[in-house]
Design a protein around this ligand. Sequence first.
Ligand code: NCD
Length: 309
Amino acid sequence: MRHLIDPMDLSVEEIDELLDLADDIIAAPDKYANACARKKLATLFFEPSTRTRLSFEAAMMELGGNVLGFSSADSSSAAKGESVADTVKVVSCYADIIAMRHPKEGAPCLAAMKSDAPIINAGDGGHNHPTQTLTDILTIRREKGRLTDLTIGCCGDLKFGRTVHSLIKAMSRYANIHFIMISPEELEIPDYLRQEVFEQGGLPYEQVRTLDEAIDRLDVLYMTRVQRERFFNEADYIRLKDTYILNMKKLKHAKKDLSILHPLPRVNEISVEVDDDPRACYFRQALNGKYIRMALILKMLEEAGKVTI
Ligand code: NCD
C-alpha cells in the first residue's frame, strides 16, 4: 500500500498528474462532487492546525465523502497512553484513508507500518509537510505558469520550519532552480538538508542574513513563521521572532511579478498592508490547499482500489 510520508515519495511525473487533476477540479468541481461517496477520511491531529485539517476535511466533503477524527492529542486515547501504532491500527478499521499530524518526527512513518489504510503525513515535528509542499507547488505553477527557471527565497525559521524542508527537497528536481536562504545564523537549514539537497544534489544556493540582500532577485518569496513550539527556550524565541518583517517598504525593490507565499499561520513576519498587494499569494495558496488535497485523496483512493476517477 502507498503512503505519503515524504515529498520524495512522489515522482515529478506523479506531482505533475496531481497538479493537472487539481487544475481540472478547480475548473469543473461538479465533475468530482460524488467521486468519494461513502468513503471516509480520518484526520488524526496530535498537534494544532487550522488550514491543514480543515482543508483536508473540506476536500473530502467536496468529493462527496465523510470525515471523522480528532483535533488534539488530549481528545484522543493518546491522553490515556495509547501508542500511535495502536491508534492507527484501530482507526484504519474505520476509515479508508488517514491524514495524520504529530509533533514527533517520524511518527507518520511508524504509523504507516501498522496501518491498513493509506497514511498521509500532515506534518511531523520539524521534519516534513508534503501536502503543504503540493499546495506550494500548485500555487507556484498557477501564479508563475512554470516550475523551472525560478529564484526562490526562503525566509525566516529554516531550521524548524518543516514546510521549507519539504519544499526545497521537492523543488530540487526541477530545472534551473536557484535558492536563496534568508535566516539568522541560529535558524539556518539543518545540516542533513544542506548536504543531501544542496551539496550532493548540486542545487545552487546562497545564504544571506537580510531580505534586502535578496529581494530584487526573487521570483518567489516564501516567508515563514518562527516556530515557537519547537524552541528549547522562550528567550531565544523572543530574540529571534521579529527578525524579518515584510512590509511595503521592503517590497520597493522587488520584481513586479514576485509571488509572495506563506504556509500560514502568520504572526508578525508579513505586515497586513502587504495583503492588498497583488503579489501576495498566501490566501490564494490556502485555497489551493483544498484543491490539491482533493486531488491527492482521489489519487490515493484510486490506487488503493477504492474509487475510480
Ligand atoms: C505550517 C505547519 O504546520 O508546518 N502550517 C500549515 O500547515 N499551513 C506552518 C507553520 O505552522 O508555521
